[in-house]
Design a protein around this ligand. Structure first.
Ligand SMILES: Nc1ncnc2c1ncn2[C@@H]1O[C@H](COP(=O)(O)OP(=O)(O)O)[C@@H](O)[C@H]1O
Ligand SMILES: [Mg+2]
Length: 355
């Protein structure tokens, strides 16, 4: 699977860009402010429906323009699919092969994508929600039907929380459904994390000289109790705070380096490598299970990793046969063999090589 072409219009300083990337490693070079991160942002939006650096689309739309648009041609097992997204301040339009589609998840299914940025270590340092979403994103790609389970769970949870806020007697009203859905959700997530751990171990052998990184899944309620017991035990706390304290919506992924919490123990550099390892592991898992090869974006790689680890990361990406987009201010920081193709961006436009 690869992106064969990308077109971008009115996105930050990118007026109109057309790109035909390669299957392998694509290097994007330009000075500060030329539009490199914006280019990655556009590709990311095509796969995820939203930016990684901005929650409001208004900031991403080129100043003075009513909307931005990103379209792309994806080739997967010989089949070409055209996907596109157009966003104004108020509206979002998604198209697949010329037809409007209602759900953003339709885009996401077509183009699994990860980005490594200078803030990637936040996956380990931020709250549980970030890690839960990381795991759920992977599960979404490999487990058919998970999304439906998850939506049903969240609907039931929202109703339960609304009842709690109104001080209604919630007993048994939603709990039965919540308990059943929670069990299925947790089984799927746990299986996924176990599988991910195996790939991670291998990636860390390469990236961290075999230092041990282990994953632990905290399911979101007491390990010793079933969820029914936890809900009963928390009932008065739930009523007084107006929300449900136990359940898969409180799950977390614990990442340990040499047995210690990596959030506290690992250096910033090690954290970045662990995150790279997690992304690589997830990429491989998705590939094994679906045949799709997630696209990897790496913003300002030189600022992120030292030369030795950059090379190791690139080697792993090659072994994975991933399509990769890397930005840099200076092509010279990479050894010659690194990229399969190089693009130059200047003032929001592509410039032909040799200029
Ligand atoms: N909504 C916007 N409209 C127009 N230009 C923007 C908008 N948002 C940011 N910019 C400009 O886009 C330029 C490119 O930014 P960026 O892609 O981050 O550059 P870099 O190449 O350093 O990664 C910057 O000069 C920035 O000021
Ligand atoms: Mg940048």
């Amino acid at each position: 699977m690869a992106l064969e072409s990308i077109s971008i219009r009115n996105l930050r300083n990118l007026v109109e860009i057309h790109l035909r990337p390669q299957q392998g490693i694509n290097l994007i070079v330009g000075t500060n402010g030329s539009g490199k991160t914006s280019l990655l942002e556009a590709i990311y939006i095509l796969g995820r429906g939203r930016s990684f650096r901005e929650s409001k689309s208004r900031a991403v739309i080129m100043k003075g323009k009513p909307w931005y648009e990103v379209t792309g041609q994806i080739r997967d097992s010989g089949i070409s699919t055209r996907i596109g997204i157009r966003r104004s301040a108020r509206e979002i339009t998604v198209r697949m092969n010329g037809t409007s589609v209602r759900k953003l998840s339709t885009l996401a299914k077509q183009l699994p994508i990860h980005i490594i940025t200078p803030r990637s270590h936040e996956l380990l340092e931020a709250g549980a929600g970030v890690r839960r979403r990381f795991i759920e994103w992977g599960v979404f790609h490999v487990e058919h039907g998970y999304q439906r389970l998850s939506s049903r769970y969240h609907r039931a949870l929202t109703q339960r929380n609304a009842a709690l806020k109104n001080q209604q007697d919630i007993h048994a009203l939603w709990d039965e459904e919540i308990i059943e859905l929670a069990g299925s959700i947790d089984r799927i997530r746990r299986g996924y994390v176990e599988e991910l751990s195996r790939y991670l171990e291998e990636e860390m052998q390469h990236l961290l000289d075999g230092q041990q990184v282990r994953l632990e899944w905290r399911r979101g309620w007491d390990a010793e109790q079933d969820l029914g017991e936890s809900l009963d035990r928390n009932r008065s706390a739930d009523l007084s705070r107006g929300f449900t304290h136990a359940g898969p919506h409180r799950a977390d992924l614990v990442v340990r380096l040499e047995g210690e919490l990596s959030r506290q123990w690992a250096s910033r550099g090690q954290q970045k490598l662990i995150v790279c390892g997690l992304f690589l592991a997830q990429t491989r898992l998705i590939r094994e299970r679906t045949g799709k090869r997630p696209v990897i974006l790496m913003d300002d790689l030189a600022a992120e990793l030292d030369r030795e680890h950059r090379e190791r990361m690139l080697d792993r990406l090659r072994v994975n046969d991933s399509q990769v987009f890397i930005t840099a201010t200076d092509a010279g920081i990479f050894s010659n063999r690194v990229s399969d193709v190089m693009f130059h961006v200047e003032h929001g436009a592509m410039v032909p090589d040799g200029v």
